[in-house]
Design a protein around this ligand. Sequence first.
Ligand code: 13P
Length: 344
Amino acid sequence: MTERLADIAAAMVADGKGLLAADESTSTIKKRFDSIKLESTFEARRDYREMLFTAEEAMTKYISGVILFDETIRQSSRNGTPLVDLIRKAGSIPGIKVDAGAKAMAGFPGESITEGLDGLRGRLKEYHDLGARFAKWRAVIDIDTTTGLPSYGALRANVQALARYAALCQENGIVPIVEPEVIMDGPNSTHDIHTCYAVTEKALKFLYEELFIARVDLEGTILKPNMVVPGQKSPVQASPEQVAELTVKLFKATVPVAVPGIAFLSGGQSDELATEHLSLINQIGDLPWKITFSYGRALQAAAIKAWGGKDENWAAGQRAFTHRAKMNWLAGNGKWKAELEKAA
Ligand code: 13P
């Protein structure tokens, strides 16, 4: 039976469930492990991911899919079960990060272009054989109001690469998550929320233009955007209600109704704020897409800390992950409340 891309995409955003972004590259997971003074070995990375993927309540009730890194999609648990099978057994869908990272863009000082298109067709075929049914590609768009970034050229090149990637995914039976991340934590992120709105608007308008030109079927895609938030170093911060209101306003103006779902990145927001914003967005209601989470840090920060790299803390790590997954699932249904944070 052939699987329809639109069905996979719909399952990825069903019932308030969301995605666990566990696709940290080897250098990024090392940074996370440094914070608990744990050496990043092949086995430690496997143990950590196995701990997350065997958290039964989280994986069966709140998580629809997991984004993996190339190493992880090939790894097996301590008792020899492929990690991909653990994910599938929990009723969740395995996915894979396929970009090769954001690299300095020639001729565009301070800006980056995401690489990874060369040989992508072959890699997608292999990942499909390994069980992946969706993929992720992240473009990084930095705002610097002092130097006028982002430039038109860098924005255009990044969304064009996203469109080429998306077309290749669909050719190979894989749902592309398209992620044009306007980052909030760049080296000079002093911009206010309105600047984030204007830049994200441009990124999304250009993105959907390029996806159209590349003949990508939007029903078989998921958008992974940033929320509309001020830069982390902005002197003018915003209320959660303002973030929700402007984020919804922006998507209504830019994201076609044919897109089945929007799954946010957390981007450096605190765990609770990422959850509160998602809930407030869903509370606005009457939206044409499912709106949920595809969090990395906001789902894992507490779990890494509770686990601390020690076997005896395995259950504590799973509890911390399950708590955040549940809070975000409630938010995906517009039902998160501050009291629920405390009660659990
Ligand atoms: P964060 O939620 O930590 O931003 O990570 C999500 C992600 O996958 C970024 O590409």
